[in-house]
Design a protein around this ligand. Structure first.
Ligand code: ATP
Ligand code: MG
Length: 304
């Protein structure tokens, strides 16, 4: 299965959430690949705490591969290369987790030319055969990376493969409108997808939203201040209405992640050891596990 992670705005939690989902799926026994298509700002190495590829790889990353400068895209086995001790100790039944890092000093593509699209399709076909789940972290907005992914998946060699499109957004008014614009707006996912040869209905059926860092409207901290608690509840109701009105309602949502203090301070994987040490919230780890489950559960993707 190919999973494309995108968002309209930057800083939505797209990379952090995708890395955590990749980790959770690997823990449940699947072989998982994580491909960094955020060419201008590859961050996956940092998230998996691999100091040698923190800002991307110096030689033969995904960007150079797509440009045809190298025959194969560099790969890094995360369990071996990570600096994080707990991540090295993989559970007996877990799968492999492999990073395909971006290039240090890479840049966004300016156009999706045919040679780049063909190489992209070749890479995705090979990875789809080797791994149960392949995450592709695209850059934010209507990027050329998104167009390359849409063109590649419309090619005959990929069009019958299972592809999922995840749209990440924060739980605010502007983020909800931006996410809707990315899917339904001009030059958005559906319009660009149709121009590349996708059936827009099928593409929409493979698209779900993930609400990130959603604050608790009924937190015990706010309960002491009745006015604030009431205001937060009202906002939450208004945002739900706005989401539904913009076709981002409950049926189109894969799930949400709660506001996590650890992630407000530091971009990283939330391991069970962080929860057991009472550093990260149990609800956050649970949200990632549940999102990972839904991602691979066909029932979450039935046509509505
Ligand atoms: N559930 C959460 N609670 C609190 N903060 C979060 C949560 N999820 C992500 N964050 C934080 O939000 C910030 C943005 O996350 P991330 O880098 O994953 O976003 P992105 O959409 O990939 O950004 P970019 O467009 O720069 O690639 C990071 O500091 C991250 O730690
Ligand atoms: Mg990112």
């Amino acid at each position: 299965m190919l999973v494309f992670s995108t968002s309209d705005k930057g800083g939505t939690g797209r990379s952090v959430t995708s890395c955590n989902l990749a980790y959770r799926l690997c823990m449940s026994g699947r072989n998982v690949a994580y491909v960094d298509f955020d060419f201008g700002s590859p961050t996956a190495g940092a998230l998996f705490e691999i100091s040698t590829v923190e800002r991307g790889i110096t030689d033969g990353g995904v960007h150079s591969y797509l440009l045809g400068q190298t025959g194969t895209a560099a790969r890094v086995d995360i369990g071996t290369a990570t600096d994080r001790a707990e991540l090295k100790r993989v559970a007996p039944r877990s799968g492999r987790l492999v990073l395909f890092p971006g290039d240090e000093g890479g840049a966004e593509f300016l156009t999706a030319d045919d040679a780049v699209v063909t190489r992209c399709a070749e890479l995705l076909v090979a990875l789809e055969q080797e791994f149960r789940v392949v995450f592709v972290d695209l850059s934010a907005g209507r990027s050329v990376a998104l167009e390359i992914a849409l063109q590649a998946t419309a090619l005959p060699q990929l069009r019958r493969r299972t592809a999922r499109w995840l749209i990440f957004h924060r739980w605010t008014r502007q983020h909800i409108l931006a996410a809707a614009g990315l899917v339904y707006g001009p030059h958005g996912l559906l319009q660009t997808g149709a121009a590349c040869g996708h059936d827009p209905d099928e593409l929409l059926g493979s698209t779900r939203y993930i609400r990130t860092a959603v604050p608790a409207a009924n937190s015990h901290l706010t309960a002491q201040r009745a006015a604030q608690a009431a205001w937060l509840q009202e906002q939450d109701v208004a945002l739900r209405r706005l989401a539904t009105a913009n076709r981002l309602g409950a049926t189109a949502v894969l799930g949400a992640t709660p506001m996590e203090p650890v992630l407000q301070w530091r971009e990283q994987l939330i391991l069970d050891s962080d929860v057991n040490a009472h550093i990260a919230n149990h609800e956050t780890a649970q949200a990632y596990t549940e999102l990972a489950r839904r991602l691979v559960d066909v029932a979450s993707w039935e046509r509505l």
